[in-house]
Design a binder for this molecule. Structure first.
Ligand code: 3AM
Length: 185
């Protein structure tokens, strides 16, 4: 089962990101836009795991969730990976209590390593992926418009973490929650 651990974002934030996507679409760039319902903050991508491991994964998330109180994040800016010259992933960055998200991610990482998962080799860069660039068509316009976009600094409360199953289909990914654990419980 293809799995990852994430923080879900509220509908009001998705609405705002949908407006940003609509504006960037107008550049005619060749981008696979993330379905707004699928936008989330990935804490850790796990890839294929055996279904039996879900139990220990849920237990780990529940244990870590007790160590945190709900916290607040806010939309910050737009950007892309790996760089503006060759954008591949378009994202919206986050600010606010980001150090708490980082701490949460680090404790997850430590717990996952203790459970025998391979360590993550990439540093954690909290972001919301809004699209993936498919070709070089109109990328200058895309990057310029994204850079100039007046993104409102909307805040949202983070109250839980979610283990998601990811199924890849030609029409787009389908993410199904396998477990939700509330922070502070
Ligand atoms: O929506 P974002 O970008 O935060 O990019 C994928 C997505 O996160 C990421 O896992 C989330 C659910 O698919 N992802 C997919 N394959 C990955 C990989 N091999 C990966 N992250 C790291 N390594």
């Amino acid at each position: 089962m293809r799995t990852f651990i994430a923080i879900e974002i509220p509908a009001a934030i998705k609405t705002e990101l949908t407006k940003l996507q609509a504006e960037l679409r107008r550049t005619g760039a060749d981008v696979g836009w993330t379905n707004p319902n699928n936008i989330h903050l990935t804490l850790r991508f796990l890839g294929e795991i055996e279904e039996v491991r879900l139990t220990e994964l849920k237990r780990l998330c529940a244990e870590i969730a007790t160590q945190f109180q709900p916290f607040t994040l806010r939309l910050k800016d737009t950007g892309c990976f790996p760089n503006f010259k060759q954008p591949r992933v378009l994202w919206v960055g986050l600010a606010g209590e980001i150090s708490i998200a980082q701490e949460l991610q680090q404790r997850l990482e430590a717990g996952l390593t203790a459970l025998g998962f391979d360590p993550e080799d990439k540093p954690f860069k909290p972001h919301l992926t809004i699209g993936r660039v498919k070709s070089g068509k109109n990328i200058r316009q895309l990057v310029a418009k994204s850079d100039m976009y007046p993104l409102p600094e909307l805040s949202f409360a983070v109250g839980e973490i979610v283990v998601l199953k990811s199924e890849l289909h030609p029409a787009g990914a389908r993410y199904t929650p396998q477990a939700k654990v509330k922070l502070g419980d």
